[in-house]
Design a protein around this ligand. Structure first.
Ligand SMILES: Nc1ncnc2c1ncn2[C@@H]1O[C@H](COP(=O)(O)OP(=O)(O)OP(=O)(O)O)[C@@H](O)[C@H]1O
Length: 242
């Protein structure tokens, strides 16, 4: 049974229609990425799926007792506010020491429990956010541009961590990302959003779709060639040169 099914979503902010006729489904265990230009409604769609926003039309059906872990786009913690990682993970509800250690291990930051949140590097901070999201043993992990501010190797490492988390927890992953080449190599399915679903399918299918090419132009072609270069040795290497 699907984890979440959205049907005919329409959402307006005042007079501005942000989502229109959006249908989508998430199956257990799959990694799905939403791509789309700035302002195309990606974050809004995540909020609707989580239940934080109510659409004017359409419906969202969640599997009974579905547990969702959410990693937000950005969270500012004031450097003047003393807050250890351990304390942060125990907000708002206390968790057991074992659960805390396990979550930090799964997220790839086993030794930061006593560090100040404000002292963490960008990559460590996002992993702590990931640890917090997986504390509730989610069936579905949602990440909204979780690698913003990380450099290329940092974000690639973060996506590898996500795959490891999926393997460990067996959860599905729904993420929003602008890093097309990483997304294309790490996702089972890609949904291209521009107010409505322009196209969706495997990375290969979406990257070849005219609607996707119209939105992302030829730059993506280079990124995809690079992906093929890295992962499909049957392809000609000169495709990667861009
Ligand atoms: N609370 C709000 N009130 C009014 N308008 C909003 C609100 N939140 C978002 N919008 C508008 O809705 C549109 C879609 O925003 P959304 O954040 O969903 O896009 P996005 O695809 O996630 O963008 P980005 O890639 O820039 O993060 C934008 O035009 C935005 O200005």
């Amino acid at each position: 049974m699907s984890l979440i099914t959205a049907t005919g979503l329409e959402l307006r902010y005042g007079g501005q229609r942000v989502l229109q006729g959006v249908d989508m489904t998430i199956e257990p265990g799959e990694i799905v990425t939403i791509v789309g230009p700035n302002g195309s409604g990606k974050s809004t769609l995540l909020r609707v799926l989580v239940g934080a926003l109510r659409p004017q039309k359409g419906r969202v059906d969640r599997r009974a007792n579905l547990r969702i872990g959410y990693v937000p786009q950005k969270l500012q913690i004031d450097a003047t506010l003393p807050m250890t990682v351990s304390r942060f993970l125990n907000l708002p509800a206390r968790v057991s020491a074992v659960a805390e250690v396990t979550a930090l291990q799964t997220a790839g930051v086993p030794h930061v429990a006593d560090r100040q949140m404000s002292d963490l590097s960008g990559g460590q901070f996002q992993r702590v956010m990931l640890a917090r999201a997986i504390l509730g043993r989610p069936d579905l992990l949602m990440l909204d541009e979780a690698t913003q501010g990380l450099d290329q190797p940092g974000s690639a490492a973060f996506y590898q961590q996500i795959e490891a988390v999926r393997r460990d927890l067996g959860c599905a992953v729904l993420m929003v990302s602008h890093e097309l080449h990483v997304v294309m190599s790490a996702s089972d399915r890609v949904i291209c959003l521009n107010g409505h679903v322009c196209c969706e399918g495997t990375p290969e299918v979406v990257s070849a779709a005219p609607a996707y090419r119209e939105l992302f132009g030829t730059g993506t072609g280079g990124a995809l060639a690079l992906y093929r270069h890295e992962h499909d040795h049957g392809h000609h290497h000169h495709e990667a040169a861009e």
